[in-house]
Design a binder for this molecule. Structure first.
Ligand SMILES: [Zn+2]
Ligand SMILES: [Zn+2]
Length: 303
């Protein structure tokens, strides 16, 4: 199967009046090119270009392998795996394997450094970041003060990301396992859930108001970029987008992982994703308040 996006989408539409081969009462949306059966809207997987029946018979076959798990060079594997996050639907079936180790290695090499970096801008007391990428000292700290402060800020970033990931991951994996069908399918469902979660976990330290992307924007924006309530500036549009996009991509990825890789039905796949994300938001708020003595007052955006 090609990794390239198809330039021409083949016509899969079912004949007029056809009904789903699984659900007789429902009109068919598409005719599966693999088995020739007609499939309704819940049985047809447009991104995998096959029906539920064919997807379930070999889920991993419905997507290119995760680039990290191929024989390509290290750098190419790493960048291509990052890029798969931009195609959450097309790539999700690739998580339907049992190997956990490559996903853990990828998360350690990617999410861990990003989590440490994500702490630097929002949680440093001795340095003021911004506007326009300036860094100034606060209260004349010594070199040692700054070094200790940066290490502590990186530690806070890591701790908050770890708590969020734990809240999200523990609930997502156990819910996918619980809804993952018969006993013998459950191990596969929980492995797929964990793999999807870890391969896309680098999106977490990028997301949110204290996330790396919003912090970098707040550091780099010039004075006045946020504008006022009556006249919002460019920054007022850029910053919310930067903090929401990784979050939305992670949510979509997890939903598609539950649906296409763990094999959950449409409604359960939504529920097992929404609940963990709500838990994660609580975990984030809780960790912010527990770590309050270690966190400086919120950095003002340049106004
Ligand atoms: Zn089929
Ligand atoms: Zn159907």
């Amino acid at each position: 199967m090609s990794d390239e996006p198809q330039s021409e989408i083949p016509d899969r539409s079912a004949p007029d009046g056809a009904t789903c081969s699984e659900h007789e009462a429902r009109p068919a949306l598409a005719r599966c090119p693999m088995c020739g059966r007609d499939a309704c809207i819940t049985c047809w997987h447009i991104a995998a270009d096959r029906c539920e029946h064919c997807l379930a018979s070999d889920r991993a076959d419905a997507a290119p392998p995760i680039p990290w798990e191929t024989d390509a060079g290290f750098v190419a594997r790493w960048f291509k795996t990052l890029a798969t996050a931009g195609h959450p639907m097309r790539t999700a079936p690739g998580f339907a394997r049992l190997e956990r180790r490559p996903a853990i290695t990828f998360a350690l090499l990617t999410t861990l450094p990003l989590a440490l970096l994500s702490g630097l801008i929002p949680y440093t007391f001795t340095l003021r970041f911004g506007p326009t990428f300036h860094i100034s000292l606060i209260d004349n700290p010594s070199q040692t003060d700054i070094a200790i402060d940066l290490a502590r800020a990186a530690g806070v970033g890591l701790l908050i990301t770890a708590l969020e990931l734990l809240a999200l991951g523990a609930s997502f994996v156990s819910l996918c396992r619980a809804y993952g069908g018969e006993d013998e399918q459950r191990a596969g469902a929980s492995a797929a859930a964990l793999r999807g979660l870890l391969y896309r976990s680098f999106l977490l330290p990028l997301a949110g108001i204290q996330g790396l992307l919003a912090s970098l924007a707040a550091w780099g924006l010039p004075l006045g970029a946020m504008g006022t309530a009556e006249h919002p500036g460019t920054g007022a549009y850029i910053v919310p987008m930067l903090l929401l996009i990784p979050f939305a991509l992670y949510f979509t990825s997890m939903r598609q992982t539950a649906r296409l890789a763990a094999g959950l039905k449409p409604v359960p796949s939504f529920v097992v994703t929404v609940l963990p994300f709500v838990l994660m938001v609580f975990a984030a708020a809780l960790s912010q308040s527990l770590l309050a003595p270690l966190i400086p007052p919120t950095m003002p955006l340049p106004t």
